[in-house]
Design a binder for this molecule. Structure first.
Ligand SMILES: [Zn+2]
Length: 165
């Protein structure tokens, strides 16, 4: 059964599909397949894992928190694909755009939670991209060539980044 509402005055229409009764699914595509659970320990409570390949990236957009730390990244690839990692708040957070990156630079640090769990130490990071060899004036940055997999663990106020080769 297919249910569809197309009332012009409604701001949001609804759409639903419902299997006919009495029929048993014959295809294994209807079976539930949960996502693989990461075998590594979660870096912090309520961490959500997102990941994306770094090879073939032609543009990166970093979404920044008010304190300049990285909230999310939108990666665009040479084949036109896009992959969002982290909590991308398009149109809300300020964005830095990096074209034709050859390196991704990560600065892992901590901050103190002064809102929810006062005094708790939170994991956070700054992320930049670069199109050429470079040096950082500030110590603590690690530079990676654009290859491997970018893993971005995140919650509403924390992030933990790992590059898997
Ligand atoms: Zn760097």
């Amino acid at each position: 059964m297919l249910v569809f509402d197309k009332t012009e005055l409604n701001l949001i229409s609804y759409f639903a599909a419902y299997p006919r009764g009495g029929e048993k699914p014959s295809s294994s595509c209807l079976e539930a397949h949960p996502f693989d659970r990461p075998q590594r320990p979660f870096p912090f409570h309520e961490a959500i894992l997102s990941s994306a390949p770094l090879e073939g990236v032609v543009r990166a957009r970093t979404f920044l928190r008010q304190d300049g730390l990285c909230r999310a990244i939108l990666l665009e690839y040479s084949n036109g694909a896009r992959r969002a990692i982290g909590d991308c708040r398009v149109g809300i957070d300020p964005v830095e755009i990096w074209n034709m990156p050859k390196h991704v630079c990560i600065f892992k640090t901590t901050t103190i939670d002064d809102l929810v769990h006062r005094g708790a130490i939170l994991q956070v990071a700054k992320v930049r991209f670069s199109e050429r060899e470079h040096q950082h004036t500030e110590s603590g940055w690690t530079c990676h060539a654009m290859g491997g997999t970018f893993e971005f663990w995140f919650s509403h106020n924390q992030s933990c980044i790992t590059i898997l080769s």
